[in-house]
Ligand binder design. Structure first.
Ligand code: ADP
Length: 221
């Protein structure tokens, strides 16, 4: 997985340079396909992170180093990265009444968690609908929720979601690709950062996954 990551990092770097116009003005066609390339690479990165993190957790090599992180910027970055994966009728919306939201977290792990949640919201809303990333906070706890209007989850299945390789066997999702590792890792990573993750869902209506993390005591520079 480490060997896979290095070339992907280089590809991501070049994609950003194309997006920023470093290589000059792009043709209309190139501008049209760039978000898809970018999102597919983000998806590949997420899968590699899942493999690496699962292996690290298995043999207790997971290192989490928390520091002050601007959660609002991480959410924005993930939403931009995954925008190209949206299906017809899906809108990706960030609701952030807070402005700056600084949490105490490991920036890479925070990005992995939000990427998993946004990727799932897209995958499990085949009929479209709004996907909202909502930021909220009190003095001590910040909450980042990812809400979708997708297929939802039956109450009886909720416990299974956060288990290793836990995928729900349903005919309507049989064609949706996944490892069953994402939510397991999200919860483990959240707990290693003194946070947690929870879900509320109604079958056929949609789901809300809420990540809670400690608020940083002083704002990040
Ligand atoms: P996967 O790689 O299968 O998506 P996850 O661990 O991320 O694995 O999720 C576990 C299972 O939980 C999924 O297979 C799916 O059945 C269900 N699930 C996850 N997110 C959602 C969602 N937003 N809406 C409905 N079902 C979901």
């Amino acid at each position: 997985s480490h060997e896979l990551r290095a070339p992907l990092t280089i590809v991501r770097g070049y994609i950003s340079m194309f997006e920023e116009g470093v290589f000059g003005e792009l043709s209309k066609e190139a501008r049209r396909v760039l978000p898809t390339i970018s999102s597919r690479v983000a998806q590949m990165n997420l899968l590699i992170d899942q493999m690496l993190d699962a292996a690290r957790l298995e043999d207790s090599r997971m290192v989490v180093s928390a520091r002050d992180v601007r959660a609002d910027l991480v959410v924005q970055k993930v939403v931009s990265a995954f925008a190209g994966l949206r299906r017809a009728g899906q809108r990706l919306i960030v609701k952030n009444p807070m402005g700056e939201l600084t949490v105490l977290a490991d920036p890479e792990k925070l990005e992995t968690i939000i990427a998993n949640l946004v990727s799932n919201a897209i995958k499990y809303s085949p009929g479209g609908g709004d996907i909202r990333c909502v930021l909220a906070s009190d003095a001590e706890v910040a909450t980042i929720s990812v809400q979708d209007q997708g297929i939802g989850i039956a109450r009886a299945d909720l416990d299974k979601l956060f288990t290793r390789f836990g995928r729900l066997e349903r005919p309507e999702t049989a064609h949706i690709e996944g490892t069953g590792l994402g939510l397991f890792l999200c919860r483990e990573l959240a707990r290693l950062q003194d946070g947690d993750i929870s879900v509320e869902s109604t079958l056929g209506k949609g789901s809300t996954f809420s990540l809670r993390l400690p608020v940083a005591t002083a704002p990040a520079p």
